[in-house]
Design a protein around this ligand. Structure first.
Ligand SMILES: Nc1ncnc2c1ncn2[C@@H]1O[C@H](COP(=O)(O)OP(=O)(O)OP(=O)(O)O)[C@@H](O)[C@H]1O
Length: 302
């Protein structure tokens, strides 16, 4: 069973075509990052998953159920961290959790959840007084109530300090290890890279890529820059490397070879240098950042 399946989903708001035919499957047990620039349609997609809004056309299946037909059954198995969570005026963090536990008919211990998200010392404070990051931690704790089969996290890192970001990542991994599926939206790319098994990139309501991070790098093509220092003159070796499969360009700078190549060509390049008689003193490689990939996929007119 897929955790999420969208089939030819469109969503219009008047003249705005927020989603333009989305086909996407999230497998059970994976951490799936949902990326896109502002206005791409991420929140709209999440609203459809949770039946907060209906698609203009197409079908949305979550945990094997058609969301339009069984919205309540679906929601009982889904933990949600909404983008715009605002605590109730007078309730403490602990009371928010007690409320969520009752609503989910679950038996979690509020103290354990508060500890888990790093609010162990603040559970009895009024949540409306929490800082942005603390509010986000509380929202995550509420999403974890009842060991949901699917976690839907909308921009979960918003407002978190580096400790909070790390804790969020650890919780996401722990939830995946427990068997849950995690679907989270973000435009903070490094965090997606660190934790997602696969990512989808949305641009102006259209999916432009669904792949692993490595797969995206490969699809974009030239993605690795190798710098190799040789014992002898590098220019003599350069022609031999140009013909290696996956190499896009070879240049000599500062007495070292600079090779632009695909990620899987790195070892072939080093082998070829040795085969051509070169002695490698040192080498380093830098890979295209997710930021570069994101720009590659989302820039230009829609
Ligand atoms: N209720 C609405 N009425 C009219 N237009 C809407 C509505 N909700 C969303 N839109 C439009 O749909 C498009 C997608 O918006 P959405 O909020 O899904 O983007 P997003 O990817 O979540 O962006 P962000 O990263 O800025 O949160 C935008 O053009 C937005 O203006």
């Amino acid at each position: 069973m897929d955790a999420i399946a969208l089939r030819d989903v469109t969503k219009r708001f008047g003249d705005v075509r927020a989603l333009r035919g989305i086909d996407m499957t999230v497998e059970t047990g994976e951490v799936f990052g949902f990326l896109g620039p502002n206005g791409a349609g991420k929140s709209t997609t999440i609203d459809l998953l949770l039946h907060y809004a209906r698609p203009s056309s197409g079908s949305v299946t979550v945990l094997g159920r058609d969301v339009a037909e069984e919205p309540i059954a679906v929601r009982r198995r889904v933990g949600v961290l909404p983008e715009d969570f605002a605590p109730f005026e007078t309730m403490t963090g602990r009371q928010h959790l007690a409320y969520a536990i009752e609503a989910m008919d679950a038996d979690d211990d509020p103290s354990t959840l508060l500890e888990r998200v790093g609010l162990g010392d603040d559970g009895d404070r009024v949540a409306a007084d929490y800082s942005t990051g603390m509010t986000q931690r509380l929202a995550l704790a509420m999403a974890l109530v009842g060991e949901p089969d699917l976690l839907v996290l909308d921009e979960p890192s918003t407002g978190l300090d580096p400790h909070g970001v790390r804790r969020m990542r650890e919780i996401v991994r722990a939830e995946r290890d427990r068997g849950a599926t995690v679907f989270f939206s973000s435009h903070i790319l490094g965090q997606v890279e660190a934790v997602a098994d696969r990512v989808a990139i949305l641009r102006s309501g259209t999916l432009v890529a669904v792949d692993t991070i490595d797969g995206l790098r490969e699809a974009v093509g030239v993605d690795t820059e190798l710098r190799v220092e040789l014992a002898a003159e590098p220019a003599a070796i350069a022609p031999a490397i140009e013909s290696v499969d996956g190499v896009a360009a070879v240049t000599v700078s500062d007495g070292a070879l600079r090779i632009d190549c695909s990620a899987d060509a790195k070892l072939r390049v080093l082998d070829e240098i040795r085969a051509a008689g070169g002695t490698i003193r040192d080498f380093s490689s830098s890979e295209a950042s997710l930021e570069d990939l994101f720009v590659t996929y989302t820039e230009g007119s829609a």
